[in-house]
Design a protein around this ligand. Sequence first.
Ligand SMILES: *Cc1c(COP(=O)(O)O)cnc(C)c1O
Length: 356
Amino acid sequence: MKIHNFSAGPGILPAEVLKQSAEACINFDNLNLSLLEISHRSKNYEKVMLEARNTVKELFEVGDEYEVIYLGGGASTQFAMVPYNLLTENGHAAYVNTGVWASKAIKEAKIIGNTKVIASSEDKKFTYVPKGYEIPTDADYLHLTSNNTIYGTQIKQFPKTNIPLVCDMSSDIFSRKVNAKDFSLIYAGAQKNMGPAGATMVMVRKDALGKTGRKMLSMLDYQVHIKGDSMYNTPPVFPIYVTLLTLQWLKKNGGIAWIEKLNQQKADLLYNEIDCNSLFYGTVVKEDRSNMNVCFLTNKPELEPEFDKIWKDANISGIRGHRDVGGYRASLYNALPLESVQVLVDTMKEFEKKFA
Ligand SMILES: *Cc1c(COP(=O)(O)O)cnc(C)c1O
């Protein structure tokens, strides 16, 4: 039975990736050993790590001025590692608050050093993306969150600035073309759009590092991990392998250009139904709507149990809204086929036909 998986995270992975990953748990690379029981320093695994790092650079179209590492601890650890590695003792960092994850990043940065929130959409419950704010020219960096996973907004155009740009791309990495060279540091927890939980990708410009004047703890120092080829300590070997397979799947099918087009089709299909259907409405400002996490409510909340029955019968899973927003959230990550969105749209039409 096919389940249409709209989970917000960990999110859907390509079926063939799941199958290959399962096989690697039993017999990796024809070694007759599981990937889970070999050294991360074995030749076979070193190749995985190297490819997993290089494929990120290839998809982002950047050169050797950047390094890619994979770490444990989730994107949440990066909320602390970013200021720890980039925020100088006497300097300050600028943050834009676009939601729950940005707020958590700000909380950690404030513990490390001088942190200013230069724009926020908290006044309207994070239902839009702030624009046109002034960026201090003397800040050590500007931190953005490209996609607001919980409230369903997305930065469509990144601000222009001369200070280093840092971005949490956890929930829309490799979903669309971005000019990666405009960023000094990009990070993402793998489990939304590029792999399973357990690995976090960090891509950083080498020349952005080593400037804080801080005495660094080894495990929290990007330079230590770079020097160790992302194997300073035992890396999350299996999540990195599954991430590599997912990135290879993306490349094989046509890369960023292909997925961007498909993701736009999926988002258009669903938003169009939300706008046409008399029983639903979207929760965020139209121009800032996320192509990854589509949040919507029904204007007859008393009928929610009826709609729930319809979509559950259609083998749809994971569209319950976040507890802060309520209603519904459909996550349209890369591995979700257009066909699944069509099934969801059909259930919305059926609901309207029966109850409007
Ligand atoms: C899920 C998410 C996080 C947190 O990721 P963890 O890996 O659970 O720490 C951070 N930022 C964004 C944008 C997210 O969607």
